[in-house]
Ligand binder design. Structure first.
Ligand code: MN
Length: 505
């Protein structure tokens, strides 16, 4: 069985896409979860780009115990130096250098000749070799690069010392048949005994990222790059959970597998989409809400007789536990802690106390508390976004047809500040009141509310995106009262901004 390595670039390529920027603590939480998913390599960022990126790569490099930490760099000394410093604490560091090779990129972007590109490849590797044992080299837009030049570039990089060669379909243009040919040719050019690893990195502009990655593996690639749920530039990247379950489910056919711990898939996908404030589409392969739902009567009948009639994989295999209720209003802390543990969470004492208190409050309002409810009230981050500048104290709303007036009281530095505002409805009015308190003119970019479970006493989860200048802040709030959940989400997003402000001071 071939073991295919997985490189996750959720924190680099994924974060680059609009509206997906993340707080450093959110990145750390994702990195920690990816390590539990047993991903082989985590691309943590592009250190030279900003202080924030540098710091995130440094902290992630420090955190990872068994996973390789990779950092991106252009063929420039300052890029390599930044990557070297950011990866200094890594147990297993990897430098990821790149340069474009396609005629379009050479002419319009780089304004370089093929000769100059080859020179940049060997020069940058020769410089980086002084600091890195493991160097991956990527040829941007490789799949639109004429094969003879791609092979020449590969040889140059390998001769200089690159151990992994990545041939990305940067623009999502290629087809499975074509990528199979590209990888077969480059693989053949390396010779029989080469221990150089070929890697594939595909974009989903035409919906073929996963199919192309698998075709590249069949032609000899031993590493696939992708992101959680396929987030990324434009139409996104290869969705890693689809690759993992594809190989797992059709192992005999592909003769390939990955080291991934499939039971962590669902939780990882929920964490990432929760952080960027996007809902997983119901029909999404592997992790969509409907992926395991059998609506048609004839299907339901079959599944009841034997799940294998319509299920090619089980919900349990990706870590979805059944949602049966175990606890009620009278459950004690001990039983609660045992249940949380059974659900697969390890919480420290303070977080357990916090979650137990929230559970008790919820059990007072709601007859039955389910696993989904408990997951919703649990803090999403074990490293909270600190400096919570504002916390909700109270609110009072009066609404009528066509308008509303809301008074919101927030606590900041032990002081209660109240503002009243009117608006088109109670949510609009509450948001205006919060803006008045903070003194910032946050614009509401996106607001979604959905119920966590079914029933009239269900928890409502609000996700809000606020814009201030060119920055977006995602906030999340949960309550049995929709207005409260909206206010909590708004305050959560505001606090993320406030932390950045305090950081800069
Ligand atoms: Mn990419």
């Amino acid at each position: 069985m071939r073991q295919i390595k997985l490189l996750d670039t959720t924190l680099r390529d994924g974060e680059q896409s609009p509206g997906c920027s993340m707080h450093i603590n959110e990145k750390l939480e994702i990195a920690e979860t990816l390590e539990k998913l047993n991903i082989d390599i985590i691309e943590a960022g592009f250190p030279v780009i900003s202080d924030g990126d540098f710091k995130a790569v440094y902290e992630i490099a420090k955190l990872l115990k068994t996973t390789t930490a990779a950092a991106l760099a252009r063929c420039r000394k300052i890029d390599v130096d930044a990557a070297r410093d950011a990866l200094a604490p890594a147990a297993f560091p990897r430098l990821h250098l790149f340069i474009a090779t396609s005629p379009i990129h050479l002419e319009y972007k780089l304004k370089m000749t093929e000769e100059q590109v080859l020179e940049a490849i060997s020069e940058s590797i020769n410089y980086a070799k002084k600091f890195f044992k493991e160097i991956q080299f990527s040829f941007e837009d490789a799949c639109r690069t004429p094969l003879p030049f791609l092979i020449k570039a590969t040889k140059t990089a390998v001769d200089a010392g690159a151990k992994i060669i990545n041939l990305p379909d940067t623009v999502g243009y290629i087809t499975p048949d074509e990528i199979y040919n590209i990888f077969s040719s480059v693989k053949a050019s390396l010779g029989e005994n080469s221990d150089v690893v070929l890697s594939t990195h595909n974009h989903d502009d035409l919906g073929l990222a996963v199919a192309n990655s698998i075709a590249a593996v069949r032609a000899g690639a031993d590493q696939i790059e992708g992101t959680v749920t396929g987030i990324g530039e434009r139409a996104g990247n290869t969705a890693l959970e689809e690759i993992i379950m594809g190989f797992k489910t059709r192992k005999a056919f592909y003769g390939c597998d990955t080291a991934a711990n499939t039971k962590m898939i669902y939780r990882t996908c929920k964490l990432v989409t929760g952080i960027i404030g996007r809902k997983i589409p119901p029909n999404k392969a592997v992790v969509g809400e409907n992926a395991f739902a059998h609506e048609a009567g004839i299907h339901q009948h079959g599944v009841l007789e034997s799940p294998s009639t319509y299920e090619i994989m089980t919900p349990e295999s990706i870590g979805i536990t059944n949602n049966k209720l175990l606890l009620g209003k009278h459950s004690g802390r001990h039983a609660f802690a045992a249940e949380i543990k059974k659900m697969g969470y390890e919480l420290d004492a303070a977080t357990l106390d916090y979650t137990f208190k929230k559970f008790k409050d919820l059990a007072d309002k709601k007859k039955t508390v389910s696993k989904l409810d408990i997951e919703a009230i649990m803090p999403k981050l074990s490293r909270p976004i600190s400096n919570r500048m504002y916390a909700l104290d109270n609110y009072e709303a009066s609404s009528f047809k066509g308008g509303a007036s809301v008074q919101v009281s927030l606590i900041s530095n032990d002081e209660v500040i109240s503002e009243t505002a009117s608006g088109d409805g109670p949510v609009d009015a509450a948001f205006k009141a919060i803006n008045n308190i903070t003194g910032y003119d946050f614009a509401l970019e996106d607001f979604a509310i959905h119920s966590v479970t079914e029933g009239k006493d269900a928890l409502g989860e609000s996700v809000i995106k606020l814009r201030l200048g060119d920055k977006l802040f995602t906030g999340r709030g949960v309550s049995t009262d929709v207005l409260e959940s909206a206010i909590l989400a708004y305050v959560n997003a505001v606090n993320k901004h406030m932390e950045e402000v305090t950081d800069e001071q």
